[in-house]
Write a new protein. Structure first.
Length: 65
């Protein structure tokens, strides 16, 4: 069949959707982390580097080269 992606707005909606799918024997997966773990780790490292002042400044002229 197909795949549905739902976006519940709160925990009540999430619980209701899970109960509905379980009641109808619909297989589902819950992904608590919307991004890849490697991506999350790289973002954490980058944020820490920015806090520590370990950044590289690039001028607009250099970007377009």
């Amino acid at each position: 069949m197909g795949t549905l992606i739902v976006h519940p707005e709160n925990k009540e909606q999430l619980s209701a959707l899970k109960a509905f799918m379980k009641a109808f024997n619909i297989a589902f997966e819950e992904n608590k982390y919307p991004y890849n773990a490697d991506f999350n780790n790289k973002m954490k490292i980058s944020k820490q580097q920015a806090k520590d002042g370990k950044t590289v400044k690039v001028s607009l002229d250099e970007i377009w080269k």
